[in-house]
Design a binder for this molecule. Structure first.
Ligand code: ADP
Length: 470
């Protein structure tokens, strides 16, 4: 990705553009305000000097005009006002000039401001002086007698060099302030952008590695803001994905292992049948063994199919009367229990107990628990199925007086393919998936499952399901 498309670049560029625009607007406003202020101040001072001069020379323009005297007055005033000062009579003829040599004495001052002043108006403008080769402010003030008649004009021209110098200084200062503001904001925004985009870059790198198959990614979360929370969620997601993937790999390896054992046995049996001469009695034994292995494989495939259905499907729920379902199933199992000489008792209340669930899957839960109770209880033993209600839950219990489960295995009993005694359970026909199926179905129903057991004394499996409201 080009760095020009990076958030960091765009954020910094946006900040810089904004600060540049703000500084230009502020500078233009400040500069034009100050320029107006300085110019009008300069003009006011010049006009005030013009009025002062006008008051002063009004008497000198009556009767006989003394140009030498007026010129020396103009010279005095020029020093005070720091401007060239000219006096004209009422025809616009210069009768006094602060510039003695090369001045305009006895020449007509043909200037628009002078004409305006002769009409009784104060007039001013900015012009260019060829003599000093600079911009000047020119002001013309009428000299007015008491009877309101205009007897002459005071004309002042002051160099604007100093004002422009000051304005230039202000311009330089504003330019410098803009450069400093941009440097500070640019640096600050680059740092800020790095702070924001640093974690995003870590996230991108981690996500890329995950896409390449390296799932064990973890990002250091250093903030609690939106990006911090995103990183936290990413870590949780990575952990889950990692867990599921390794579970899946383990599951695939377990399935292969479970399938290989009966296949090896079947392979041996068929080879023996093919290659060796056998008595019919022995042949039948081999075929029965083959049949057992086929049954085992079929049971395994059925359980695997059941699990994959559970992984995929959203189950369709309906109101189920749990006490009735348990009673029905106990009836169906009665024959198998008495055949195995295991006593089957029930402690199920007559009062209907409604839960919300999928009947077929609930049957699967109960039959898996009953199968286990029967498988792991010797002849002469006892299995009791109970049902009771406790704070919004229906709790079913399958209790046996069988071999029990060692304490260290109790935590793993609901895991896929876990068997307490692998050899014994496999030879007993178990797939090691029965309790995993029970636990997943119950979880899908929003319930929970647990076990209490003591080795040699028996086990007690529980599952609790939320009662249906109403
Ligand atoms: P399996 O098909 O092997 O019975 P399960 O998932 O149903 O698989 O059970 C896992 C293991 O838990 C069994 O192999 C067995 O060792 C133990 N187990 C399950 N139920 C009981 C029980 N009622 N009494 C003793 N052990 C049991």
């Amino acid at each position: 990705m080009s760095r020009f498309y990076s958030i960091r670049f765009r954020l910094t560029a946006t900040f810089l553009a904004v600060i540049l625009a703000v500084m230009i607007i502020i500078s233009l406003f400040l500069y034009s305000t100050l320029e107006r202020y300085y110019m009008s101040n300069f003009e006011d001072t010049l006009v005030r000097s013009g009025f002062l001069a006008s008051d002063f020379v009004v008497g000198h323009l009556r009767g006989q005009i003394d140009s030498v005297r007026l010129s020396s007055l103009a010279e005095d005033m020029s020093r005070q006002a720091q401007a060239r000062v000219l006096f004209t009579d009422q025809q616009g003829l210069v009768v006094g000039d602060s510039i003695r040599v090369g001045g305009m004495l006895n020449q007509y001052l043909e200037h628009e401001d002078v004409f305006a002043a002769l009409d009784g108006n104060v007039s001013s403008r900015i012009g260019y002086s060829e003599r000093i080769e600079h911009q000047v402010m020119q002001v013309a003030v009428p000299v007015v007698e008491e009877n309101e008649s205009v007897t002459g004009v005071v004309f002042l021209a002051a160099s604007l060099e100093e004002v422009y110098q000051t304005l230039n200084d202000i311009r330089r200062f504003l330019f410098l302030a803009t450069v400093i503001a941009m440097a500070v904001v640019g640096g600050g925004s680059a740092l800020l952008a790095r702070r924001f985009t640093g974690p995003i870059e870590s996230l991108t790198t981690a996500a890329r590695k995950m896409a390449e198959g390296k799932l064990d990614q973890h990002i250091e979360v250093s903030s609690t803001d939106e990006i911090g929370r995103l990183a936290e969620q990413f870590n949780i997601m990575a952990k889950r994905l990692n867990y599921y993937t390794s579970n899946l790999k383990k599951f695939a390896a377990d399935v292969a292992h479970e399938v290989r054992t009966p296949l090896t046995t079947m392979n041996l049996l068929t080879k023996s049948l093919k290659e060796h001469e056998m008595e019919p009695e022995q042949q039948r034994e081999f075929i029965e063994d083959l049949d057992d292995e086929v049954d085992r494989l079929t049971a395994l495939v059925n359980d695997l199919l059941e699990l994959s259905k559970l992984d995929k499907n959203e189950i369709e729920m309906e109101i189920v009367t749990l006490n009735q379902l348990l009673n029905d199933m106990l009836g169906e199992y009665q024959y198998r229990f008495s055949h195995a000489e295991v006593e089957l008792n029930d402690n199920i209340p007559d009062q209907d107990c409604y839960i919300y669930g999928a009947p077929l899957q609930l049957r699967q839960v109960i039959s898996n628990l009953l199968d286990n109770a029967l498988n792991y209880t010797q002849a002469g033993g006892k299995v009791t199925v109970s049902l009771y209600i406790e704070i919004g839950e229906a709790i079913a219990k399958v209790e046996d007086t069988g071999c029990g489960i060692p304490e260290e295995d109790l935590n793993y009993i609901f895991e896929r393919f876990f068997r307490v005694d692998r050899a014994r359970a496999r030879s007993g026909g178990g797939t090691g998936l029965g309790l995993a199926i029970v636990s997943e179905i119950v979880a899908k129903h929003g319930g929970r499952v647990w076990v209490e057991s003591e080795e040699g004394k028996g086990s007690c499996f529980y599952f609790a399901l939320p009662l249906a409201e109403d």
